[in-house]
Design a binder for this molecule. Sequence first.
Ligand code: 13P
Length: 334
Amino acid sequence: MSIEDLESVALAMVAPGKGIIAIDESTNTIKKRFEAVGIENTEENRRAYRELLLTTPNLSEHISGAILYDETIRQSTKDGVPFTQIMKKHGIIPGIKVDKGTVPLAGFPGDVVTEGLDGLRERLAEYVKLGAQFAKWRAVINISEDNPSSTAIEANTHALARYAALCQEAGLVPMVEPEVIMDGDHSIEVSYEVHEAVLRSLFNALYEQNVLLEGTILKVSMVIPGKDADEQASVEEVAEATVRVLKTTVPATLPGIVFLSGGQTDEQSTAHLNAMNRMGPHPWPLSFSYGRAMQQAALKLWSKDMKAQYADAQKVVHARAKDNGLAALGQWKG
Ligand code: 13P
């Protein structure tokens, strides 16, 4: 695939007023989400739930792509149509999570590093055959008195850059995701400093590994105080700090930036994105790639009665997509 092809996929992912739905929870993570609402974590329930999300009527009005998990990209609708086919038919770009999760970073208590580079070239080739057009790799950066170490930042951004280079070789747009975790009692200033260090290190690493920024999407957390911080921040403060750190670290050639929700409420995630876009224009489109903030309301409703609530749960997914799509334009009215 040429750089022009990668670039056109990347630009389509952040088309005006559109964002991405992340439905790439590992079997372990979806177990937690299901358990919270009393759904049994069977393969059929996972398949049925992902079918509900992906076949939401008119989803592509506000959704450009969806990130799938290894199991999901191999699954089909109850009528036997592969998910990737139904997505392409409805104008939703298939993406795939390719990292293998985090492990503790030896020698650095509290820090973690993401695994999954071994055999990645072969796995990417298979995902391309299955229909994927972009991939995602998530690095996790914890904040505490002693974390993150600079070693953890470098180990994680190095892995992100190696993954990104392999993606582009395979013809996939890499979505590079450094997530600075909201857990803790740190201030918004500390969150800003950690984001700045991580993003600086990430773009250095991408440059070192010859990654073409024109064919790359950044997925990032917002600059927000720790969940247990005494002083929380206003919507405007979060928006201002997040835009500021992006402007100081992210090259303008990048086609787009999307945010994860990271444990924010639905309302917060939409309000923050909207406020950032109202401060624009910015060098890149700012949109969403939410998991929980796209799904949690619909999952709760579906769990009450999987058959009777099916259509209403899809309406809730569409409503969340619409609100976030408007926020991506700075036009959400609240
Ligand atoms: P949340 O929006 O639930 O944080 O999930 C997005 C995601 O893909 C994290 O990797």
